[in-house]
Design a protein around this ligand. Structure first.
Ligand code: SF4
Length: 325
C-alpha cells in the first residue's frame, strides 16, 4: 500500500504515461524507491504490441494483443504529412455491415478504457506527432460509450476534442447521448445508402434505426453541438452508386450541415451481397457518382484506400491471429 503522495507526483506519473513510457523504471524524475513501489502496486500496460506492418506509403497497422484476441490500430498520413491514429473500441463487431471484415468476424467483447487508450500509447511510441484521432477501427464506438468516454477523459488531456472523431454506423440513441453528455468530439456517420430498402440490406443497424430516426438524431446533435457532421459512404460497385443513390443522399442531407466522405470499397475476401461478390466501383462509375452529388450542391471528399497493402484501409480490419496480414 502506497503512502499518501503529494499531488505533483500524480502529475509527474500522468505526464510520463502520456509520453508513452511503458515502465515505471523509465520515470526518472521519481525517486527509485517510489518507482519500485509503484511497480509492485500497479500494472502500467495490459496490452502488448504483437506486430507492426507498414505499407511503404506512410500507412502503418499495429496488431495489439488484448485478453482473448487481437485488435488493430492504424496510422494514416495525409498529403500535408499529418498523422491520424485510427483506434478500435471492440474486439470484433456485432453490427454486421456486409461490406466490412470486422462485421464478418462477429462480436467478442467490448474493450475497456485502458485497452482503448493503450492503442494510442503504442502508436505514440513510434509517432509522437499524432495530429488527429478517429474511432473508425474495429467495433461500433457508440455501443461501448462508457469505456470510450473513460478513454477520452485521458486522451483529451493531450488531444483537443476537436481533433477527435467518433464514427458510428448510425445508432440514434448513442448520437443523442453524445449530443447531451459529450464529450464534444466530431461525429461521423456511416450512411452508405440513403435508400431505406437498400440500406436495410447493407446495414442491419437500420432495422432499429431507420433513416428518419437517424436524421432526427443528427439534427438534434447538430442543434446541440453546432458542428459539421461527416457522412461516410462506402461505395460498392454496381450497388449504391447510381443517380438515384445520389438523389437520396441529397434528400437525406437537406437541412444538415454535412460533408460526405466517399470511400471506394476496400477489397475483403469472402464478402458478397445477395450472392454476388462485392467489387470496387470503376473509375467511370466513381466519376459519375461524384458528379451527381456535386450537381446537387453536396460537398464531397474522395478517400482513396490508404493502407490497403497491409489490410489497414477502412473496412479491412480484423486480425484473427498472430500471422494475419
Ligand atoms: S463498418 Fe463499423 S459498425 Fe459496421 S461491421 Fe464494420 S466495424 Fe462494425
Amino acid at each position: 500500500m502506497l503512502p499518501p503522495l503529494p499531488r505533483y507526483r500524480a502529475e509527474q506519473v500522468f505526464a510520463w504515461i502520456n509520453s508513452g513510457v511503458d515502465s515505471f523504471e523509465a520515470m526518472n524524475n521519481l525517486p527509485l524507491a517510489l518507482r519500485r513501489e509503484l511497480d509492485s502496486c500497479f500494472c502500467l500496460r495490459k496490452t502488448s504490441l504483437v506486430k507492426k506492418l507498414e505499407d511503404g506509403g506512410g500507412a502503418v497497422k499495429l496488431q495489439i494483443g488484448v485478453s482473448g484476441g487481437m485488435v488493430e490500430a492504424v496510422v494514416l498520413v495525409d498529403g500535408a504529412g499529418r498523422r491520424t491514429a485510427c483506434l478500435s473500441t471492440q474486439l470484433g463487431c456485432a453490427m454486421g455491415c456486409i461490406f466490412c471484415k470486422t462485421g464478418l468476424m462477429g462480436f467478442a467483447r467490448n474493450l475497456d478504457g485502458a485497452e482503448i487508450t493503450e492503442q494510442f500509447y503504442h502508436i505514440r511510441k513510434f509517432y509522437p506527432d499524432i495530429a488527429n484521432i478517429v474511432f473508425m477501427g474495429m467495433g461500433e464506438p457508440l455501443l461501448n460509450l462508457g469505456e470510450l468516454r473513460r478513454a477520452l477523459d485521458v486522451l483529451c488531456h493531450t488531444m483537443s476534442p476537436r481533433r477527435v472523431t467518433v464514427s458510428t454506423c448510425g445508432l440514434a440513441d448513442g448520437i443523442i447521448s453524445l449530443a447531451d453528455e459529450g464529450p464534444a468530439v466530431r461525429l461521423a456517420v456511416s450512411l452508405t445508402s440513403a435508400r431505406e430498402d437498400l440500406r436495410g440490406r447493407l446495414m442491419p443497424v437500420s432495422a432499429a434505426n431507420p433513416l428518419w430516426r437517424l436524421k432526427e438524431a443528427l439534427r438534434y446533435h447538430q442543434a446541440r453541438q453546432r458542428r459539421r457532421i461527416t457522412l461516410e459512404a462506402a461505395l460498392l460497385g454496381g450497388i449504391n452508386t447510381g443517380a438515384e443513390d445520389a438523389a437520396a443522399i441529397a434528400a437525406f442531407a437537406e437541412g444538415l450541415d454535412i460533408v460526405i466522405n466517399l470511400i471506394p470499397w476496400n477489397p475483403v475476401e469472402n464478402l458478397s451481397f445477395e450472392g454476388r461478390p462485392l467489387k470496387e466501383p470503376s473509375a467511370a462509375e466513381l466519376g459519375r457518382f461524384c458528379a451527381e452529388l456535386g450537381k446537387r450542391g453536396l460537398k464531397t471528399v474522395l478517400r482513396r484506400g490508404k493502407g490497403r497493402g497491409i489490410s489497414g484501409a477502412c473496412g479491412q480490419l480484423g486480425a484473427a491471429g498472430k500471422d494475419s496480414p
